[in-house]
Design a protein around this ligand. Structure first.
Ligand SMILES: [Zn+2]
Ligand SMILES: [Zn+2]
Length: 501
């Protein structure tokens, strides 16, 4: 048959492509399939006889119930996939069981049995020497699954990321190779943590998110170096005055982020700390109860002491990241001198508000050794709840005469990055912008400053259809060029792009 040349060419190239795929060795195809969700890897079994069983050798299972109407089919599929898996070791078992939860909403009750298969699947993964497990669920489902007995003894685990699970009252753990443990939305108590820590001697990273029930955390292992707390769930905690004591003399990296509500997280011993990120906020009882309270100023006194103690305990850390709320509390420190911090790299993770300048300046005064200063500016829709007492001291005129008496003897590099998720058009014309005030102050007092870089995202804003973040940064740079500088070699750079510390 005489085909029109372009058509013939097209058919030939298709045949070539087909040949190239079929020439790949099984091991490589299995590796490619392991990058896909398990459902998609399974779908390739219909391609040809050769592909029929390749998916079953995949050792990376990524299984997700995408739609609650598919639950029945989903359960059958996971049973089939696990029963027919031929790999001797499952490297990763990632199971998102959000739509299998007992409660679809607070009102609708779903059959108990729907939760049962998760324990069964986990047990099968344990039998296949699973190394990395992620159990994911929606925190709005008010029922957690009981971990099967087999998982407590799964000594092949290397990382474990659990959400909405329940630990038994009494259990012993044998996770001797476990390096990373993440506990999300899990009811904890001190005994559970003691039990867990005694069973994982190799643990290096421990993270808690949406946590509650912990009062005392003592970590003595020299392997465990990273500790993170994110979002405390105060409404699940039955204590009126919740606190958490942290005794972790070997921990080198600490992060406390998001909402801690009224939890007093005390750093009792963190003497090896190298870097800390304190990007959390707390609230007084009047905020939590939605009413004004006469004890509110006393609570703020306690919070102030706590914040001061943090800086004391972290005074040897060389890298610090401090968030907006923290700088706001520092604004109450007019009369109190802060400990001198050894920090060399300071990152101020600030939301664009008009309040932080004074607090940030107080922190800078406490960090005379700083060589690199990063200021990341964000605007988010996150609610910054403040009580009448807080609004009172934020609105006060602060005496800034102390600012003239200190400098930055080692500061060489400043980077300001605006990563706004909101439109900054309204901020472009701000004349009394705290970021401008802070930048002017740094330029005036940093004697060996080499570079002051202002970076903004390249993106066009969806709201105002212009590059408002860039224009905001450009205006800042223009104003700074005209400011007095104590370092004669300092250059001001304004660029678009991504932020790199
Ligand atoms: Zn208050
Ligand atoms: Zn905009």
């Amino acid at each position: 048959m005489n085909l029109w040349p372009p058509f013939a060419k097209k058919r030939r190239s298709k045949r070539v492509e087909k040949d190239r795929i079929s020439k790949l060795p099984d091991a490589l195809i299995i590796q490619i399939l392991s990058l896909l969700p398990t459902k998609d890897a399974f779908t390739t079994s219909i391609l040809s006889k050769r592909w029929q069983y390749l998916w079953s050798s995949v050792d990376n299972l990524f299984i997700q119930c995408e739609d609650k109407s598919q639950r029945g089919n989903f359960i059958s599929f996971v049973d089939y996939a696990l029963d027919n898996s031929t790999c001797s070791k499952i490297k990763k078992f990632h199971l998102d069981f959000t739509h299998l939860s007992k409660y679809e909403s607070q009102l609708e009750f779903v059959d108990d049995e729907l939760l049962f298969p998760i324990s069964r699947w986990l047990s099968t993964a344990v039998k296949k020497n699973v190394e990395n497990v992620v159990l994911l669920s929606d925190s709005y489902n008010y029922e957690s699954i009981d971990l099967p007995d087999t998982i407590y003894k799964c000594s092949t685990l290397i990382t474990l990321d659990l959400t909405c699970c329940t630990f038994k009252e009494e259990f012993s753990i044998d996770w001797k190779f476990l390096k990373t443990l993440k506990l999300n939305d899990i009811k904890l108590n001190d005994d559970i943590i003691v039990n867990i820590l005694s069973g994982c001697p190799a643990l290096e990273i421990l993270e808690f998110s949406k946590f509650y029930g912990l009062r005392h955390l003592e970590i003595n292992s020299s392997n465990l170096k990273r500790l993170k707390f994110e979002d405390y769930l105060s409404y699940y905690d039955d204590s009126d005055d919740p606190s958490l004591d942290i005794i972790a003399p070997n921990i080198q990296h600490l992060e406390i982020s998001e909402d801690m509500y009224d939890l007093k997280c005390r750093l009792v011993n963190v003497s090896s700390m190298v870097s800390a990120k304190l990007n959390f906020r707390m609230s007084c009882t009047s905020i939590a109860q939605g009413a004004s309270s006469v004890t509110c100023p006393d609570e703020h006194q306690v919070i102030r002491k706590l914040i001061q103690d943090y800086l004391q305990k972290l005074s040897n850390a060389t890298e610090l990241t401090i968030g907006t709320w923290y700088t706001e509390v520092l604004m109450q420190f007019e009369e109190i001198s802060l400990p001198e911090l050894k920090c060399k790299c300071l990152t101020l993770d600030l939301r664009i508000t008009k309040f932080y300048f004074y607090g940030a300046a107080i922190l800078l005064k406490a960090t005379p050794h700083v060589e690199t200063l990063n200021i990341t500016m964000t605007t988010t829709l996150m609610d910054l709840r403040r009580c009448a007492f807080e609004l009172g001291y934020l609105a006060k005129e602060h005496d800034i005469h102390f600012l003239s008496s200190f400098g930055f003897p080692y500061l060489k590099n400043v980077k300001v990055f605006s990563s706004s998720k909101m439109c900054l058009k309204g901020n472009i014309e701000w004349d009394n912008d705290d970021l401008l005030k802070l930048s002017e102050f740094i330029l005036k007092n940093a004697t060996v400053l080499e570079k002051f870089t202002i970076i903004s995202k390249r993106k066009t804003c969806k709201i105002c259809s212009m590059k408002c973040a860039s224009r905001y940064s450009l205006r800042l740079a223009e104003k700074l060029v005209g400011c007095s500088r104590s370092s004669t070699t300092c250059v001001i750079i304004c660029q678009e792009g991504a932020f790199r510390v």
